[in-house]
Design a binder for this molecule. Structure first.
Ligand SMILES: Cc1cc2nc3c(=O)[nH]c(=O)nc-3n(C[C@H](O)[C@H](O)[C@H](O)COP(=O)(O)OP(=O)(O)OC[C@H]3O[C@@H](n4cnc5c(N)ncnc54)[C@H](O)[C@@H]3O)c2cc1C
Length: 520
């Protein structure tokens, strides 16, 4: 019987990223995917900078980036067609190394993830297969894999099984776990189309908050454009099987003669979060454990956050021994975080989708006043919370994302994560703060920790410390603004702690050891 460190059921974006992150760290991974080919049409169209960072560690971000488009921002139009609310994109230089939001073509991303997996010797792909059964004991999971075409079955063992098998997750059902319903239930039709000729279109992504017919227009990459249109109370998805009906509705927003419709499909948008995210050795990630209406463009991004969070903990457990305490933080960190994102997405859905004219007019008055008086949050990423529980300390930066500066490397700029491995980092703004780590250097190395100093010019670095030169001043400004010369950064690039002096570092490393299950 073959043994794997991890078996993953489902090779959508979440499973594809998780498999790449684990395999890149040397774990043996078996990916079981029911379809032989990548699903050919997109659902997600928006990616954020944190998702790009996870893709960086999969080795696909730089390949994907040229085919993406930085998000132009979003205007929300009220009943009278004028702006009631907006999102501005963060201007460059980008604090996390990538545009805060970009549009992309989902099947292209999934193909890149699969290709990256096919090049890794420690990955076994079982395409056209499903997990037919599994049982777990304290030390392993026994997984039965069924070939859908032949019906042949084989059994494998794994330290961990992860269900990344989407909203109808069989793994979740077999675990008997349920989803808490956040009470959002609407039918929308989604149309992706290639623009063939010039026609009048909004410059920005646009939310038509029109009670007569709420809709979203998204400026995709290249000449891809998307409309998401709410079905009215008397309509059913089957009504849109008639292409003439679809074209008539789209005429509210655009001259559809200038477009070649790639695909259209109706979706029932829901908001749900899993009650439980894991048994002892079986975990759920992505849509298998949470589903969001797409109004913040966050379903896939949240799945990639799950993958990154779980990946470093599984790698750590594989190298340093299983720790229930460490692995339990996957749920305690991710569940409240995604629950807040989904609540925000639902709130935006209710703003956009209001179908009562009087309430819509009242909404417009309220939002316009907020916008006029500068009380409105106009950056989309402000709605993505920091981590609040888990492998963190009581420190204002703990749980926020470390910036990603550009680094001068052999006379060309690269991003920090291209150079720093997916490991704990002790990052300082000067060599002096590295001296605080000297008494702990061996222990730090044992957990794979790296020591990095980032400065504005080439300076000598102590032994065991990698000296990086920042191309701009993102890190220098961030460190100064947060009054810190040193930070401990987790492998998923969340800040664990700021460090003020050698005693502070000693205290925080002791705390980290305990949280990682290394205290004894
Ligand atoms: C209209 C729409 C617009 C969206 N827009 C955005 C957006 O702009 N940004 C964003 O971040 N998110 C968006 N989303 C959400 C996003 O598409 C999903 O959150 C994301 O695809 C989830 O990825 P996943 O890998 O968890 O699940 P899935 O994409 O569902 O992948 C699951 C995989 O598991 C496989 N599978 C299923 N069952 C089994 C089984 N029994 N055995 C083996 N394999 C199995 C499937 O074939 C599939 O490959 C949108 C969704 C919709 C519907």
């Amino acid at each position: 019987m073959q043994h794997f460190d991890v078996v993953i059921s489902g090779c959508g974006p979440t499973g594809g990223v998780l498999a790449n992150l684990l395999a890149a760290q040397g774990l043996s991974v078996c990916v079981v995917e029911r379809f032989p080919e990548v699903y050919p049409t997109p659902r997600a169209i928006v990616l954020d900078w944190e998702a790009m960072r996870a893709l960086q560690y999969c080795g696909v971000a730089h390949t994907l980036f040229p085919s993406t488009r930085p998000h132009p921002g979003t205007d929300f139009l009220g009943v009278d067609g004028e702006i009631i609310k907006l999102f501005d994109p963060a201007p460059p230089p980008y604090a996390l190394g990538w545009p805060s939001t970009s549009t992309f073509i989902q099947p292209e991303l999934e193909k890149m993830l699969r290709r990256a997996l096919s090049l890794r010797a420690n990955v076994t792909m079982k395409l056209g297969c499903t997990v037919a059964d599994f049982t777990e004991d304290t030390s392993r999971v026994i997984v039965t894999i069924a070939d859908s075409a032949t019906g042949a079955r084989e059994t494998a063992t794994a330290a961990v099984l992860v269900g990344c098998d989407g909203a109808n997750s069989e793994i979740r059902k077999r675990l008997g776990f349920s989803l808490e319903d956040y009470r959002f239930d609407e039918w929308w039709i989604v149309v992706d189309a290639w623009q063939l000729c010039d026609t009048e279109l909004p410059r920005k992504t646009t939310q038509y908050c029109w009670p007569s017919r709420p809709a979203t227009y998204v400026v995709g990459p290249g000449n891809l454009r998307r409309w998401e249109i709410k079905l009215l109370a008397h309509e059913s998805p089957a009504d849109f099987d008639d292409p003439a009906r679809l074209r008539a509705v789209m005429a509210n927003y655009v001259d559809i003669r200038c477009f070649d419709i790639w695909r259209s499909a109706t979706y029932r948008f829901a908001a749900r979060v899993g009650d439980r995210w894991a048994s002892r050795r079986v975990f759920l990630a992505g849509d298998a454990v949470h589903q969001t209406p797409p109004f913040l463009g966050q379903g896939l991004c949240a799945g990639l956050r799950d993958a990154f969070n779980l990946a470093w903990k599984l790698v750590f457990a594989q190298r340093h021994g299983w720790s229930d305490a460490l692995l339990s933080t996957y749920e305690t960190e991710r569940k409240p975080n995604v629950a807040k994102v989904i609540q925000h997405a639902k709130e935006f859905g209710l703003i956009i989708g209001e179908m009562d004219e009087a309430r819509a007019l009242e909404r417009d008055r309220t939002l316009r006043a907020e916008l006029r008086e500068g009380r409105m949050t106009t950056t989309r990423q402000a709605f993505i919370p920091n981590l609040a529980n888990g492998i963190l300390v009581d420190d204002p930066l703990s749980g926020s994302l470390m910036v990603q500066p550009e680094i001068v490397s052999q006379d060309r700029a690269r991003l920090m994560d291209d150079i720093c491995p997916m490991a704990f980092l002790y990052v300082t703004a000067n060599a002096a703060a590295q001296a605080w780590m000297e008494p702990h250097a061996d222990a730090w190395r044992r957990i794979g920790g790296q020591r990095i100093v980032i400065q504005s010019s080439v300076q000598p670095a102590p032994d065991g410390v990698t000296a990086l030169v920042e191309a701009g001043d993102i890190f220098a400004k961030w460190a100064a603004a947060n009054s810190t010369a040193a930070v401990i950064v987790r492998p998923d690039r969340y800040v664990y702690a700021t460090v003020q002096d050698e005693n502070d570092l000693a205290r925080k490393l002791t705390r980290l050891d305990a949280q990682l299950g290394l205290a004894d």
